[in-house]
Design a protein around this ligand. Structure first.
Ligand code: C2E
Ligand code: CA
Ligand code: CA
Ligand code: CA
Length: 277
């Protein structure tokens, strides 16, 4: 405002106050969203390239705010991390995802379900016990749960992350490194992580074309993953030209709008049946 402007300290940034106000509003409303039933999951298929079968479905959180409409997870997850609410949010997602998984199972669809963890979840010492109890509650075989943790979350404190991953893995679930290629991990660090799956970040995949830098990166990441005994998945597959290259490079799984957007649990089941048949 005028006073600050005269002092020469504060510079007016258009929209800054509005952004701040929105963040405060959302942070305050997030807690209520759970009890008010505004949160739900969508599921996006991960397709096995060799067998053309859906192996897993990734659970993606959605928030429909009463006044502001759909709030993207990229916006509210960081707020949940700042307010400490993310632990409850993650438990909600795990509960819902495993419940959905057992519904699919009852109807004859044997799928894995992938759940995203936030960086702060790695600091949650009670999480492994919660997950184990949750798997039992919903009678889901542990290998049918995949936890996705971003490379950058793992790199914050590698020693701690390695210990936590071992604890999580003790119950028999599977682990994936998400957004791989954006977190600057070294090979030495990567070697120490007890993971099963490597997920190439969509920023390399979406626009890859023959001979492009992206294609070179994707190809060498697939080789790296395979040399480490990992299953490699490409996310953000939007067109046939990416798919053709990913097949040539022997990528294990693909996920993206080319196959399907994230769907409600029931719709995902129908989609899987049609895709297989
Ligand atoms: P992510 O885990 O990397 O998820 C992939 C994102 O890419 C999802 O966005 C998905 O809808 C979108 N996507 C899928 N196919 C395509 C495609 O072909 N092209 C492009 N450009 N995008 C595609 P979404 O659902 O908006 O989620 C964004 C991020 O929010 C996620 O990135 C994840 O980091 C976070 N997130 C979502 N749900 C949860 C959750 O339950 N817990 C936590 N901790 N984070 C979540
Ligand atoms: Ca993910
Ligand atoms: Ca990702
Ligand atoms: Ca991401």
């Amino acid at each position: 405002d005028a006073k600050q402007a005269r002092s020469g300290v504060a510079v007016y940034e258009p929209g800054r106050d509005e952004v701040h106000l929105r963040q405060l509003t959302l942070m305050g409303d997030l807690r209520q969203s759970l009890v008010r039933g505004q949160l739900s999951l969508r599921f996006q298929p991960k397709v096995d390239l060799a067998t053309r079968q859906v192996k897993h479905a990734e659970a993606l959180l959605r928030w429909r705010h009463d006044d502001l409409g759909a709030i993207p997870p990229d916006e509210f997850i960081p707020l949940a991390e700042r307010s400490g609410f993310v632990h409850e949010l993650t438990r909600f997602v795990l509960e819902q995802a495993l419940q959905q998984n057992s519904l699919w199972r009852e109807q004859g669809l044997d799928l894995g379900v992938a759940v995203n963890l936030s960086a702060m979840d790695l600091m949650d010492a009670d999480l492994p016990d919660f997950i184990q109890a949750c798997l039992r509650r919903h009678r889901v075989p542990p290998p049918r749960l995949i936890l996705e943790v971003t490379e950058s979350a793992l790199m914050r404190d590698v020693d701690y992350a390695v210990r936590m991953l071992h604890r999580l893995r003790a119950s028999g679930l599977r682990l994936a490194i998400d957004d791989f290629g954006t977190g600057y991990s070294s090979l030495a660090q990567l070697k120490r992580l007890p993971v099963d799956e490597l997920k190439i970040d969509k920023s390399f995949v979406t626009q890859m074309t023959e001979g492009s830098d992206d294609a070179v990166i994707v190809r060498s990441t697939i080789e790296l993953g395979h040399n480490m005994g990992l299953s490699v998945i490409a996310e953000g597959v939007e067109n046939d030209s990416s798919l053709v290259l990913l097949e040539r490079y022997r990528c294990d799984m693909v996920q993206g709008y080319l196959f399907s957007a994230p769907l409600e649990g029931g719709a995902l089941m129908d989609w899987c049946r049609n895709f297989a048949g």
